[in-house]
Design a protein around this ligand. Structure first.
Ligand code: PLP
Length: 387
């Protein structure tokens, strides 16, 4: 277990993630493979820790964005199948083969190059990505899909294990666009499923999985719901089961002072006391991902809401305390105190962004403390090289 030497930390409640994955598995039935999406250090929650608990809870596959993220999981001892969702280099095929990492393909030229460049005897598993309306990566035409599958079929060291697509608007209750994507996916699948036997077919992110459990084929790629966050605010009243938020962020007061009326706080002197005020300093700043736009946000101290006053600095900011408090008092930026809660949703609302961005933006400078079965299981300090 690594140690840390600053009074700011993230807590990740792995029990919540375990329960969310179990609930998702039940929701889609046991016949459907849950692919736990742990890209971006598991949306800031800790890649291997989340991967392990998701696998324990029933997930059978993991997904990441690029090969380095998959390698990070392998280096931490994870042997489960891993799908890389983004583009990979043809030159990395031997590495993917060696580490048993599944790659996404979506371009005929890539597959052509791969068949001549990769001569290894070990088979690489591939999932073919179809662009049905996301406009990001994916083969779009019947012709290209047929050409890619034929090239892979001819290569003795490549296998099409899966075929998938990604929806752009599944989290919006207005369903026209997602229905169009479903339709295009079905059309493309119809022309190939009688010719090729592809074991895994998937189209579901969290929103699709929660909303359309009967239309998700035989695997789902679940990210945000696993972490206990709803894909969009409009889906909140529609949730088929409650989600448990796993991520919280805490710090402690490092300085407390009484300022007289008319004194200013922080860079730019943008805040001036209107009366005699107790001001507390906390050791978190924009280099930790707590960005300057969060000035004015209320956070929790001593079970009460306290506003961030003055500009947020790189490593510290100030809050207006409800009353004098001792140095070392716990301050919660995301999470609960005395029944009051600040969710990643509240931070996202303040920033006019999506909840996905919030745990992702809390940087590597903030150590992660992992709770499992009600006690601390592990601490990860990303600044220590021996983690
Ligand atoms: C291709 C793909 N599949 C699945 C996911 C997981 O999405 P969500 O976190 O909404 O479940 C993502 C995340 O952005 C993705 O890019």
């Amino acid at each position: 277990m690594s140690s840390f030497h600053r009074d700011t930390w993230v807590e990740v409640d792995l029990d919540c993630i375990y329960e969310n994955v179990q609930a998702i598995q039940e929701h889609v039935t046991q016949d459907v493979t849950v692919i736990a999406v742990v890209k971006a250090n598991a949306y800031g929650h800790g890649d291997a820790q989340v991967a392990n608990v998701a696998l324990e809870a029933g997930a059978k596959y993991l997904a990441v964005s690029f090969l380095d993220e998959a390698m990070s999981l392998r280096q931490q001892g994870i042997t489960a199948p891993i799908l890389v969702l983004g583009a990979s280099r043809v030159s990395d095929l031997p590495l993917a083969a060696k580490e048993d990492i599944t790659l996404t393909v979506f371009q005929k030229e890539w597959v052509e190059e791969a068949t001549s460049a990769y001569q290894g005897s070990k088979e690489v598993k591939l999932h073919l990505k179809l662009d049905t309306g996301m406009g990001r990566i994916g083969a779009r035409s019947k012709e290209e899909v047929a050409q890619i599958l034929e090239l892979i079929e001819k290569a003795s060291n490549l296998q099409t294990e899966g075929i998938y697509t990604h929806f752009a608007t599944a989290d919006e209750l207005q369903s026209d666009y997602v229905e169009r994507q479903f339709e295009r996916f079905h059309t493309l699948l119809n022309q190939i499923t009688n010719k090729y036997r592809i074991p895994m077919i998937h189209c579901g992110n969290s929103a699709t999985t929660l909303r359309f459990p009967k239309r998700i084929f035989n695997a789902v790629r679940v990210g945000i719901a696993m972490y206990g966050l709803t894909p969009s605010p409009e889906m909140e009243p529609e949730l088929p089961f409650p989600l448990k938020e796993a991520f919280s962020l805490h710090t402690k007061l490092v300085h407390v002072k009484r300022l007289s009326i008319g004194e200013s706080v922080s860079y730019g002197a943008t805040y001036t006391t209107k009366e005699e005020e107790w001001i507390g300093t906390v050791p978190v700043g924009y280099a930790d991902g707590w960005i300057r736009k969060l000035q004015g946000m209320n956070i929790l101290v001593d079970g009460k809401l306290a506003p961030i006053v003055g500009r947020i600095c790189m490593d510290q900011f100030m809050i207006k305390l409800p009353h004098e408090l001792p140095i070392g008092t716990k301050v919660t930026l995301i999470g609960e105190q005395d029944g009051k809660k600040i969710s990643s949703n509240d931070v996202a609302a303040k920033l006019d962004t999506i909840n996905y961005e919030v745990p992702c933006m809390i940087s590597y400078r903030v150590p992660r403390m992992f709770w499992r079965n009600g006690s601390i299981m592990e601490v990860r300090n990303y600044l220590q090289t021996n983690h």
